[in-house]
Structures are given as C-alpha cells and as structure tokens.
Design a protein around this ligand. Structure first.
Ligand SMILES: Nc1ncnc2c1ncn2[C@@H]1O[C@H](COP(=O)(O)OP(=O)(O)O)[C@@H](O)[C@H]1O
Ligand code: SF4
Ligand SMILES: [Mg+2]
Length: 470
C-alpha cells in the first residue's frame, strides 16, 4: 500500500445565488475524480494550467476543504473519517509549503516563535530549550543561519522565507509535505536552489512530497511520478522519465511543446502545439473528453460525448484519451478543422526570438504566448503552459490565492466556527491569516532589529550549491 492514496477525489463547490434564500444554481467542478498514489520517500509532481484544481486537490488532502466524493488515505487512515479532534493531531503528519512564503508567515512573530508554535501545539519537545535546539538543527538543514531565530520574516529574502516555510513543515516531522507552487513566487535563480534543497532534504531525511506546479520544468527533476491535470482530473500519469520522453496525451504534448529545449538545433526543429482559447470554466466543463474543445486530434466520435478513463498503456504510463494509442503510433493526424495550431519553431524570426529569450529561463513555458501572435497565425492562440492563462476568476493571482489559502488553513486549524481551543494553532499557521502588509509588519515587530542591523536579505549559500537543475 502506498503512503498516500487518493481514490476518486471530487471537490465540487456550490455556486449560490439569491439574497434571502441561498439557492444552489450550479457547481464549480474544481476537482472531479482524481485517483493517485504517492509512495513513501518519493515525489509526485502534479502539473497543469492555473485554475485546473491543483491547489484544491492539495487542500482536500489536508481536509481544508470537504470532499464531495472519494477518499484520501494516509498510511491506512481515511482522512475524511477523522473526528475534528483526531484531525488536528493528524494534520501534523501532512504539512503544506505555500507559494507565497511572506503571505503565510506572521510578520509579528520571530522565526523561533513561528517554528515552535506548531511544535508546542503538537507536543514536540519537552520545553522551549529542546524545541529551540531542534529548530536550530532544522534551520541548518535548510541553509539558514542560527541567528535567524530572533529575526522576523520581513528581514529575509523570498528564497530565505521559503526556506523558513520548509523548516516550519520539517520541525513537525511530517509523513508527507505538500508543496503548492513552492518556487513560483521566487526569482528564477533562486527557484533552482529551493528545488535542489527540497531534493537534498528528501535524500537525507527520507521525505515524501506532493509537489504542485503549473510548470513542467519545475517538477521535472524532483519528481518520480508526474500527473498532468486538466479541468479537475488527471489526463496523464507516468514515471517522470517516460512522461518527458514520450508524452502521450494531446494536452501533455502541447504542454511539453511549449518548454524550450537548450540545444539550439533541437529547438529549431521543435514543433510547437499552440492551443486555441483558455481553459474552459470548471463551472461548465465540456461534455465527453474535457479537452475536446481545444484538442488538435479531436475526432467526430467519442471525444465530445464519452469521458475517457485513465488507462494504463503499459509500464504505468496512464492516459485519458480515447485515441492515445493511435496518436502515439502516428496513425491519427491532427484534424484539419482543429483550431489548434502546430507551429514549427522556425516559422517566423520573431517566434524564434521569443523562444530564445525564454530559453534562458527555466520556467520559459510560462511566457511562450507571444510566439503565437508573432507568427501571425492566430492572434488568439494561446500555448498551454502559458502559466496564468487560466480562467479569469482570480484563482491565478498568487497573492490573493495565498492569502485565501492561509486564511483557510487558519480557519481549519481553528476548528469549526471559531472554535478557540488551544489546538487552534496546531498547524502553526493560524496567525498567517493576517494579511501581510509591509508597514504593518514593521510596526508589529517592535523588537525586530533595525534594517541597518539586519543582514542583507540575500540568499545564503545553501548547504550545497549545485548548479541549478531546473
Ligand atoms: N472556495 C472556492 N469556491 C468556489 N470556487 C473555487 C474555490 N476554490 C477554488 N475554486 C475554483 O476552483 C477552480 C480550481 O482552483 P484551484 O484549485 O485554485 O486551481 P489551481 O491551483 O490549479 O490554479 C478555479 O476555477 C477556482 O476559481
Ligand atoms: S479523447 Fe479525443 S478530444 Fe480527448 S484528448 Fe483524446 S483525441 Fe483529444
Ligand atoms: Mg494553485
């Protein structure tokens, strides 16, 4: 049995209307039947466009949102069946690292207080001295100096703050760490350091990760298995190497085609599949195969009417497409009526320029959009992997999303309807609901050393500064 098992997980948010009577007029099918397993000591990478339900799935695992259907089983325990009391202690075993480290750290607490809060709530360490000792040890592991203990979140750089976020999860000795877009808010150079750190920690501490990202490049090296999500469900899952070597679902093919290749010769020959339109609304998903409105291989039969199941096509390579085999064998070509555009990278000089510019950035897929327009083929063709090309529902605004998540964690940690039991701080994130505000942060931290005293907020050299792998 795997350490973490999700079976048919659905999270449907009701859409309400009316002033006096809240009528449910529909649902947002944020997560719509996801089954996956994460093995102990391994990393499962979950990728997909913004708005496809990745964060909601992560929150469902932590039971920060209720499951509409399905089950989440950690080490044999069904998370949905836990009582509120048991859930609080159980949450220690499942920790989350957020996208926006500043948004999830209370600006008024120093690092020792932030890290020891959850430990005290979960009974880790007999007293504060013991806890401080353990925190020092973990800070060293994540590459932060011991004097970080008495400092405040605003005194650190983005990368350092993410290290603090990781340390906060680690001090609770969790079984699984869910990293939701752990590097999206960071500079590109720092992204690689943080990903490498996660990898090193996994090796030295035997950690298990579920890493969520909108960008295939971010999860590539760290993941053992990768799941690709589209509109609330998995469309492809495979061991990392197999997925990169031979993506089989049309959506994954398009995602991969947006990732620049460092070799200029290969890059020149590379075909790019630009998909038409945005991700459809999860409140009104297309019938049949959810991808049929954008699929370059869409067929007249089945695609618009029957929802394809995730089938194992061999060696654990699972694909949810009626025609995966035919597409893979090349017996099915792109439909002429398709609104998607297959664009050889050399089609125009401008398109190529855009690609080259991106090649310097590991998360290049995110900004591939201009290539479509520059080519003059379709002004409205948007490459998938255009990171924030999701629905204009605000889900992709990192700050807002983070604040909302932090609030939810706080709400969940605080128990139902304002339950103020001491366990409220169990996850150590209760205070993080406070919107971080630069001015407020400074005011609220009177003991914080002045800016002059504070060390420059630069990345410390991490324990090991390998060349970036991303
Ligand atoms: N609490 C909520 N109520 C209603 N809709 C929500 C809620 N949370 C997320 N959604 C919607 O669910 C969809 C998936 O969101 P999310 O899980 O944040 O996607 P991702 O993390 O992949 O960007 C989005 O359309 C988002 O607007
Ligand atoms: S089932 Fe049809 S629409 Fe869906 S991915 Fe396969 S070919 Fe495309
Ligand atoms: Mg998200």
């Amino acid at each position: 049995m795997s350490l973490l098992e999700l079976d048919g997980v659905k999270v449907h948010f009701p859409v309400k209307k009316g002033i006096l009577f809240d009528r449910t007029v529909g649902h947002v099918y944020a997560v719509d039947g996801v089954s996956l397993s994460v093995e102990a000591g391994q990393t499962y990478g979950l990728v997909g466009e913004s708005g496809c339900g990745k964060t909601t799935l992560g929150r469902a695992v932590l039971r920060l949102v209720d499951l509409t259907d399905g089950s989440v089983v950690l080490d044999g325990t069904d998370v949905a069946k836990l009582s509120e009391k048991d859930l609080r202690s159980f949450r220690r075993r499942l920790q989350m690292v957020f996208q926006d480290p500043l948004g999830s750290l209370n600006p008024r607490q120093n690092i020792e207080s932030i890290l020891s809060e959850g430990m005290a709530a979960h009974g880790i360490g007999a007293n504060q001295d013991e806890r401080r000792e353990k925190i020092r040890e973990i800070l060293a592991k994540v590459g932060l100096p011991a004097n970080a203990l008495s400092r405040y979140p605003h005194e650190f750089s983005g990368g350092q703050r993410q290290r603090i976020g990781i340390a906060r999860a680690l001090v609770l000795e969790p079984d699984v760490i869910i990293c939701d877009e752990p590097v999206s808010a960071l500079d590109v150079s720092i992204q690689a350091q943080v990903i490498n750190l996660l990898e090193e920690l996994q090796e030295s501490m035997g950690l298990t990760y579920l890493v969520i990202a909108h960008d295939l490049a971010v999860v590539r090296h760290i993941s053992d298995v990768i799941g690709v999500m589209y509109l609330g469900s998995l469309v492809e899952e495979a061991p990392s190497d197999a997925l990169y070597a031979e993506p089989m679902h049309p959506y994954t093919k398009a995602l991969m085609s947006a990732v620049p290749v460092p070799d200029p010769e290969v890059e020149d020959r590379r075909e790019r599949i630009l998909l038409h339109g945005d991700l459809p609304s999860p409140a009104n998903p297309p019938t049949g195969c959810r991808f049929h409105t954008r699929c370059p291989w869409k067929q007249d039969t089945l695609c618009a009417t029957d929802r394809p199941a995730l089938r194992d096509l061999g060696d654990g390579h699972k694909v949810a497409c009626h025609f995966a085999q035919e597409i893979h064998e090349g017996t099915l070509s792109i439909t002429p009526a398709s609104e998607a555009v297959v664009l050889p990278a050399q089609a125009t000089g401008e398109a190529q320029d855009a690609t080259e510019a991106e090649a310097a950035e590991p998360v290049g897929a995110a900004k591939a959009a201009p290539a479509g327009t520059a080519a003059g083929e379709r002004a409205d063709a948007v490459p998938v992997g255009a990171a924030e090309a999701g629905p204009a529902d605000g889900a992709s605004a990192p700050k807002d999303a983070e604040a909302a998540e932090a609030t939810d964690v706080a709400a969940a940690a605080a128990g139902p309807e304002g339950d103020e039991a001491p366990e409220a701080t169990a996850t150590g994130e209760t205070e993080s609901a406070d919107a971080p505000d630069g001015a407020e942060a400074t005011e609220g931290a009177p003991q914080a050393p002045s800016a002059a005293e504070a060390e420059p907020a630069e990345e410390p050299s991490p324990a090991k500064t390998d060349s970036p792998k991303v």
